[in-house]
Design a protein around this ligand. Structure first.
Ligand code: NI
Length: 180
């Protein structure tokens, strides 16, 4: 999927690395978890499935069990849908990086790529802003990510308001034409 392509993984890796350094998290765990976090993106329960596949890959690469379990926890907990809370700083960093990539200008671009791929309208996407994207700012764990999130959220909110305003004008105008 275009909104979960290699670009997303690369950006999450970069964001996660930046946040991890600032927060003093284990870089090796964060980087490997970021690289593998969406490896089973297309499966239902993708966080859990990605964690399982990551475990196999890392076992084959010869990583020890403790390291693997730490990476697994990051991947399992990066998505709300798994219902698993990120308990370690490394898991919080990955979750934050993944949320940040759904916010700001990139978040908007990804929302519309997703809409295009799934035959969704601008109105559907507006709803997605309300139900998900505009709530992400409250789901950030680390102080470093909170700073970035604040800026991205403001931009998202501005864009949302303008989009809503323009859509309501269009509706009013079309109503006017019909009744005229
Ligand atoms: Ni992701």
């Amino acid at each position: 999927m275009g909104c979960h392509d290699k670009g997303h993984v690369k950006r999450v890796l970069e964001l996660a690395t930046y946040i991890a350094k600032k927060e003093g998290a284990d870089l090796k765990i964060v980087k490997i978890a970021a690289e593998l976090h969406d490896i089973e993106r297309d499966k239902p329960n993708h966080a859990i499935e990605s964690a399982k596949t990551a475990e196999k890959i890392l076992k084959n690469r010869g990583f020890d069990d403790i390291f693997i379990s730490k990476v697994k926890h990051c991947i399992e907990a990066h998505s709300f849908s798994s219902g698993i809370e990120p308990k370690t700083i490394e898991a919080q960093v990955l979750s934050d990086a993944d949320k940040l990539d759904a916010m700001g200008a990139i978040g908007i671009a990804r929302a519309f790529i997703f809409a295009g791929e799934n035959g969704r309208t601008i109105e559907d996407t507006l709803k997605h802003f309300e139900e998900k994207l505009l709530k992400l700012v409250n789901c950030i764990y680390t102080e470093t990510a909170k700073k970035i999130a604040k800026d991205r959220h403001e931009f998202l909110l501005q864009y949302y308001k303008k989009l809503k305003e323009e859509l309501s004008v269009t509706k009013k105008e079309s109503k006017y034409e019909v009744s005229d």
